[in-house]
Design a protein around this ligand. Structure first.
Ligand code: SF4
Ligand code: SF4
Length: 324
């Protein structure tokens, strides 16, 4: 795989600082039952990295100490980590809002038959990847048969109350482009998804559009196809200054499976260290007593993926009114 950091490091992206810390994004490991083309984590079934119980306990300690309102759990497929359910239970008991970044096919993997019920019981917010409402596009990006299993996963979540009118169980879907282009306007695409998925009896709350990051597997594919420079040009050309105030690193930090801390999941994948820390790679346990608000954030050219067009974050578009 091609390294992308050397092509991104020299940057003119504006300097940014963290505001108040509200969210801890926890990457439980890179093992996944899928190997999607756009994956910024290079996750797959053969990856062995998994967060251990001891590190999960440090996550919970950090959560308590900083009284963080939100835990955003990701991977890989985070549900494959043996301590996923423990983390969810403890974080919910601490009163945190818990989000699970779920790939939907995990719901029908052997041993996960009760997953939808578990998530509903603990009122976990599900953020589910579905890069298109058309089967051929989903299968092309995520693998043969993934669309059908994703629909089955959505139906299972709906049956537990997720996304239903009047229900408190939140089911948001995530769209990302199938190639090197920006997502279309989020509100319009959400209407299209709702119309098309309702034909299969599927309901959901919101569609979140995400821009593909020119890093890891997607970035490497761009290099192989000689599209890296043109994609970066597209992102830079579409930069919207107004999105800078809302990029997700302003209010969150990301911890990897070993407990190392980064400004966001993308910086984690690039191995971009926190720019203010005396240690090259601080662990969460080292930062327990530290005040993280106001600290500078490590930026490189991939950050334009967060500010291009309508913007992109864990919560979807930053400015859905922005023109593309
Ligand atoms: S994009 Fe998500 S579902 Fe696909 S390989 Fe990566 S972690 Fe797994
Ligand atoms: S890539 Fe990470 S560090 Fe850069 S703007 Fe986006 S969230 Fe912030």
């Amino acid at each position: 795989m091609h390294a992308t950091l050397p092509l991104l490091k020299q940057t003119d992206f504006p300097a940014i600082q963290r505001q108040s810390l509200t969210t801890l994004q926890v990457n439980l490991g890179y093992r996944c039952n899928q190997s999607c083309l756009h994956c910024h984590v290079n996750a797959g079934p053969t990856r062995k990295e998994q967060m251990r119980r001891e590190t999960v306990d440090q996550v919970l300690q950090f959560l308590h100490h900083h009284r963080l309102p939100t835990v955003d759990i990701t991977g890989g497929a985070p549900e494959l980590n043996a301590h996923f359910r423990y983390l969810v239970e403890q974080a919910r008991a601490a009163g945190a809002r818990v989000m699970d970044r779920c790939n939907l096919t995990i719901l029908s993997e052997p041993g996960q038959e009760d997953l939808a019920d578990f998530l509903a019981r603990h009122e976990v917010e599900v953020v589910a990847s579905l890069p298109c409402y058309l089967a051929e596009n989903v299968d092309g990006q995520r693998g043969s048969g993934v669309y059908e299993r994703s629909i089955q996963g959505l139906q299972a979540l709906n049956a537990c109350g997720y996304g239903q009118p009047g229900s408190a169980l939140v089911l948001n879907l995530v769209y990302n482009p199938t190639g090197p282009f920006l997502p279309p306007p989020q509100a319009q695409l959400e209407a299209d998804y709702k119309r098309e998925l309702s034909k299969q009896g599927v309901v959901f709350n919101r569609l979140l559009t995400l821009t593909n990051m020119p890093i890891a597997r997607f970035g490497s594919t761009l290099i192989s196809k000689k599209q890296f420079a043109s994609y970066l040009h597209l992102l830079k050309h579409a930069h919207q200054e107004t999105n800078l105030g809302q990029v997700m690193c302003r209010n969150m930090i990301s911890v990897d499976w070993q407990g190392f801390v980064y400004d966001c999941d993308f910086n984690q994948m690039l191995g971009l260290p926190l720019p203010w820390s005396a240690r090259p790679r601080p662990r969460l346990a080292d930062l327990l007593e530290r005040e993280l608000s106001g600290n500078p954030i490590a930026v490189a050219d991939h950050c334009y993926g967060c500010t291009a067009g309508q913007g992109s974050s864990c919560g979807g578009a930053l400015d859905s009114e922005a023109s593309l």
